[in-house]
Design a protein around this ligand. Structure first.
Ligand code: CIR
Length: 259
């Protein structure tokens, strides 16, 4: 069974972290409506969705992807690079332990001074790509390397430029195909994969969430969507325009895994 953990939009989302975008007013009701539609798209794709509660002390709570990475053989508890986001961890750990209780996987946590944001960890089969963004530091990457080696995953470090996370620059749209903005992540890091480039007029369009036989994908990137469909990718669009003002996209709003 496919499970998706999501998290409520905090009433304080207006105070979210911002790195590359200017602060703009966020319509919280509209963001919540969009988020609910996103959750329905996950249900449509075959997921059982469990939404965690969020309080005002965690403005970025909806971006649950940054708190953990669920792999087939283990669960990695991340340590977000932004201090304000560490308060998000305990409830996610709790929910993961409960969700995975029958299909046990070891939990491994990144420790201080290491930092890793889940948005910097792209898992494709047994290959794991880790972005060196402002949120993921060398100590975090060293810890990850040790852990992944123990579990027999191949790990590669990818420098990220001008984007918040690795997965703002590249994501998987099929088991052997990646969607990429080569200006933000170097294409030669991904040997063996077919690459689809984002449309040059849509730099933030590389973030797609692959769930089963389709991707969830922002309505905003019409031209890149045409490219994806021309390559045979089945696209289910979701409007995430309010969450985009908080520098979020589609992968960041869920943790999707088999239970
Ligand atoms: C942050 O800066 O942490 C949030 N405002 C946005 C996080 C988006 N997460 C992601 O792309 N994985």
């Amino acid at each position: 069974m496919l499970m998706a953990l999501t998290r409520e939009i905090s009433p304080s989302i207006a105070d979210c972290q911002l790195t590359h975008l200017p602060r703009e007013p966020i319509d919280v009701d509209r963001a919540r409506t969009q988020h609910a539609a996103y959750e329905w798209a996950l249900v449509d794709a075959g997921c059982t969705v469990r939404r965690l509660h969020a309080g005002p002390e965690m403005p970025d709570s909806v971006f649950i992807e940054d708190t953990a990475v669920v792999l087939d053989d283990l669960v990695l508890i991340a340590r977000p690079g932004a201090d304000s986001r560490r308060v998000e961890l305990p409830a996610v750990v709790d929910a993961l332990i409960r969700a995975l209780s029958i299909h046990y996987r070891p939990l491994v946590a990144i420790d201080a001074p290491g930092t890793v944001d889940g948005g910097d960890v792209l898992v494709v089969g047994r290959r794991v790509f880790v972005g060196t963004s402002r949120r993921t530091n060398a100590a975090g990457i060293d810890q990850l390397r040790g852990v992944l080696r123990r579990f027999d995953y191949a790990m590669a470090v990818v420098p990220v430029q001008r984007s918040l996370h690795l997965k703002s620059a590249v994501t998987a749209v099929a088991p052997d195909t990646l969607l990429i903005n080569r200006e933000w992540a170097p294409a030669d890091a991904f040997d063996g994969f077919a690459l689809i480039d984002v449309d040059p007029g849509e730099p933030p369009a590389a973030n797609a969430l692959l769930v089963g036989d389709r991707i969830l994908y922002p309505t905003a990137f019409r031209r890149t969507r045409e490219r994806l469909e021309a390559h045979g990718v089945q696209v289910r669009t979701v409007d995430v325009s309010e969450l985009a003002k908080a520098e979020g996209a589609v992968t960041c709003c869920s943790l999707v895994f088999e239970v």
